[in-house]
Every structure is written in structure tokens, then in C-alpha cells.
Unconditional design. Structure first.
Length: 134
């Protein structure tokens, strides 16, 4: 083993660990599903006698799971951004997973939209680096 490959190995291992940690982004799907179900129930059970304040309060309570799951999935987003910006780790599966998570985060309006747009933009700018990877 030569000296150059020995120096590159720890960085590559840390990149793989961060890629695995970025899988926590998948938790945003639980928040989206839970909030969507609660919002569906709110809108199907709307009554004419409900005041706008009561409806607004129900809607804000329905968005709590989305906010909670976004907070929990934030470290995964942060790991994905660090991999894209500061490492040379390029894996096609990581690219596809991060792209799909970017779309899911963008759907989670208004809580995770900005994070989804930033991740999507970073992936778009780095897309050529993923073309020739395994």
C-alpha cells in the first residue's frame, strides 16, 4: 500500500459514514404522511359552524408532525450537504436518494421547502460529478 492511498482512506471512510447518516432524511416521509393524513381528516370533517380560528388551530396542530420529523431528519440533510460540498465521495445511489429526498422536502411546504431547494440546487450543480461513478 502506498502513502497516497493510505491518506485517502480515512476521508473515504468518513464520507461513507456520513452517507449512511444521511439516510435519516427518510424520516421526513413519516412527517409528510402523518401531516397529510391529519389534514385530509380536517378538511373532510369541516363543519359550517366551525370558526376560522378553530380550523386554523386544527391545521397548525396537523403540521406539528411535519415540523418534528424535519427537525429529526435535519442531521441527515446536513450530512448530505457536507458530502456534496466537502468530500469527493460520489455514488449514484446516494445521488438518486438525495434527489428524491430533495423533492420530498420541497413538497413539505412551508417547513422543509427551503432545505429541499438547497439540496436540489447543490445536486444540480454537482450532477456532472455523478455521471461516471459506480
Amino acid at each position: 500500500m502506498d502513502k497516497a492511498s493510505t491518506l485517502k482512506e480515512p476521508k473515504f471512510i468518513y464520507s461513507k459514514i456520513m452517507a449512511v447518516m444521511s439516510l435519516t432524511q427518510i424520516l421526513i416521509l413519516g412527517g409528510l404522511a402523518s401531516s397529510s393524513f391529519e389534514l385530509y381528516q380536517i378538511f373532510t370533517n369541516l363543519n359550517v359552524q366551525d370558526t376560522p380560528e378553530e380550523t386554523a388551530q386544527r391545521i397548525s396542530h396537523a403540521l406539528v408532525p411535519l415540523a418534528t420529523f424535519m427537525i429529526v431528519s435535519f442531521p441527515g440533510w446536513l450530512c448530505a450537504m457536507c458530502i456534496l460540498m466537502f468530500t469527493q465521495y460520489r455514488n449514484r445511489d446516494f445521488y438518486y436518494f438525495s434527489t428524491s429526498m430533495s423533492i420530498m422536502m420541497t413538497i413539505g411546504f412551508p417547513i422543509s421547502t427551503l432545505f429541499g431547494i438547497i439540496l436540489g440546487l447543490a445536486l444540480f450543480l454537482k450532477r456532472k460529478q455523478f455521471k461516471h461513478c459506480d
